[in-house]
Design a protein. Structure first.
Length: 279
């Protein structure tokens, strides 16, 4: 097989940063995982991303696609954060693949925030072939904020996932763009005002719940999220009820957009969800 990962480099941190990873994500996240920066081809574009996997290569591990939030370089995952987030998931016993999306962090192309950049997620899937311990029959997906929208768009097109974790997810892009003038302007410049409404409706999972796989969804959304209203997850849960899609909605009472005060409980919920439905 000809590799479409055209560059891969293991992340090595300074002693100081290594101690910070251990302090923030735990000793196991640092000691029991390997995280690499990658460049891979997606629709002919060179796109940046990450892969992570357990140091112990003796057993097969399910795979998780992880979808970042933010637009453009705001929200891009730097190497320090990648070492923590993906190292933690890998230490739980998973192979992780994540994209920065086209146009970001040195990637070619333009970020379309739910357009052709969804291919950058789908095009990660074949790269599990390059991870010897990857169980390519077991896939989960996780997305935060805009990444939740990207995960839902991915699930609309690929039903080969066993479960999903969506944190602070945007499920109604049109409604959200009305509260975020920068994003709306970005979309207007990208799409044009004439097609804007139709395109934003296409990106909104609230409009295509019937096209999603009936897998278990964990919806976590801070009740005090001032960036993406918790109504985005509440309304999505209502739609899931309509279509008999299994899910659990968790609304941490003091949770902001990044759930800073709820890290421990959120990590425990995520870990348990993958443990129950993916392993």
């Amino acid at each position: 097989m000809n590799s479409k990962i055209i560059e891969r480099h293991e992340i090595h941190l300074s002693v100081t940063h290594s101690k910070m990873i251990i302090s923030s994500w735990g000793k196991e996240a640092y000691e029991n995982s390997i995280v690499e920066r990658i460049t891979y081809l997606s629709d002919g574009l060179k796109v940046k991303g990450y892969i992570a996997y357990p140091k112990n290569k003796s057993k097969q591990c399910p795979c998780i696609i992880w979808c970042r939030g933010g637009t453009g370089n705001k929200g891009a995952i730097d190497t320090f954060t990648a070492r923590g987030i993906f190292g933690q998931l890998a230490s739980w016993g998973y192979c992780v693949l994540a994209s920065q999306y086209r146009g970001n962090a040195g990637s070619e192309g333009q970020d379309e925030v739910g357009g052709n950049d969804v291919n950058d997620i789908l095009n990660l899937i074949p790269h599990a072939e390059e991870l010897p311990q990857a169980d390519k029959s077991a896939w989960g997906i996780e997305g935060w904020s805009r990444g939740g929208m990207m995960a839902l768009l991915t699930l609309q097109r690929n039903h080969n996932f066993k479960c999903a974790v969506l944190v602070g997810a945007i499920s109604n892009v049109e409604e959200y763009a009305d509260t975020n003038s920068k994003l709306k302007s970005y979309y207007e410049n990208l799409i044009g005002k004439e097609k804007l409404e139709k395109e934003l409706q296409k990106r909104s999972a609230i409009n295509f719940v019937n096209e999603l796989p009936k897998i278990p969804y964990l919806l976590i959304h801070g009740a005090k999220d001032e960036t993406v209203s918790s109504n985005q997850s509440i309304e999505l849960a209502k739609k899931f009820n309509e279509f008999n899609i299994p899910h659990k909605l968790v609304l941490p009472e003091n949770g902001d957009h990044f759930l800073r005060k709820n890290r421990k409980e959120v990590d425990e919920s995520r870990k348990n969800w993958f443990q129950k439905y993916l392993k």
